[in-house]
Design a protein around this ligand. Structure first.
Ligand SMILES: [Mg+2]
Length: 311
């Protein structure tokens, strides 16, 4: 086991050594004018674009466990932010990462964690522009992802209308199944290494298919209720739901950690079965009613997905 680096400079050098070559340059090209290594990063926005920002925390014991592989924890840490950027129909531009390392965290764990984080960042050409790293009583991770979108075109959750159809991408409940049954390799992979739907979000925006969108991080019942409440409408969901292989209908309705997209579509718009490589399923419609209220097959459905303040 290698020694824990003693100084902040040692840490920055260790992290910089893991960055892709172009990301290490002080003037990395693109709109990130100045990356890691100075007091702050510099990003130069293109004319006519809006910047979108999201920040997400992950806590040991709540979002991940010590025995989960460090590479996948890093991957998931940035996936959550990228998924929020996807839900806005935006492209990711850069990311900031802060890690509070608990007493059990080794330098090898941190290396693998950064490797997982940077692997998904590189896939979506999202440079790490800065961050912080220190020791703490519990391991916690905070990730900021910034994205860009043509001015005024971001997909929002408060712009759906009554009679819009409700669509989801992919199959739901795999994240919940993987957490419950880690012996199911396909579901465990979905739980540990989800894929943010960046290309789908951009395609929905460009083709003007969606009247509103968000990502499914906490479960369909909770997230759809939020979208409906924000838009001032109620929602009816019906069978069949696109259920992940081996998962239950309850997993698909209430399970978190799927990172698919949920979006509303005006009734006059035709939606393809597949877009940007993702299957799209209509699961219901929005209606005039108490904002955020859900019916499933005609019966009231309470949001029962992940809520940090109730568990
Ligand atoms: Mg979200």
């Amino acid at each position: 086991m290698s020694l824990f680096p003693q100084s902040e400079d040692d840490w920055i050098a260790r992290i910089e050594a893991r960055l892709p070559v172009q990301g290490r340059s002080r003037s990395g090209g693109g709109r990130l004018v100045l990356g890691i290594g100075d007091d702050a990063a510099i990003y130069r926005p293109a004319p006519g674009e809006d910047l979108v920002f999201t920040t997400d925390m992950m806590h040991e014991g709540r979002h991940f466990l010590q025995h989960h592989p460090a590479f996948e924890i890093g991957w998931k840490a940035i996936c959550r932010g990228l998924s929020d950027i996807a839900a806005m129909g935006a492209r990711p531009e850069f990311t900031l990462l802060s890690l509070a390392a608990g007493p059990w965290v080794t330098p090898e764990w941190i290396d693998a964690f950064y490797d997982g984080f940077l692997a998904l960042a590189a896939h979506f050409k999202t440079p790490l522009a800065g961050g912080d790293l220190g020791r703490a009583a519990h391991t916690a991770i905070d990730v900021v992802v910034a994205g860009s979108v043509p001015k005024g075109e971001a997909l929002r959750r408060d712009t759906a209308k009554p009679d819009d159809l409700i669509y989801v991408s992919g199959r739901l409940g795999g994240g919940a199944l993987g957490l419950r049954e880690p012996s199911n390799a396909l579901a465990l992979d979905r739980f540990l290494s989800p894929e943010p739907r960046i290309h789908l979000g951009v395609a929905l925006r460009r083709r003007k298919l969606a009247s509103a969108a968000m990502d499914l991080s906490d479960g369909l019942s909770s997230d759809l209720s939020r979208l409906a409440r924000a838009s001032g409408v109620a929602a009816h969901i019906r069978r069949p739901l696109p259920v992940f292989p081996g998962a239950s209908e309850a997993d698909a309705l209430h399970g978190g950690d799927d990172y698919e997209l949920l979006f509303a579509v005006p009734p006059s718009v035709r939606v393809p079965n597949c877009l940007a490589g993702q299957l799209l399923h209509c699961v219901g419609k929005l209606v005039v009613g108490e904002p955020g209220r859900l019916l499933f097959e005609g019966e009231p459905l309470l949001p029962a997905g992940w809520d940090h303040f109730s568990r």
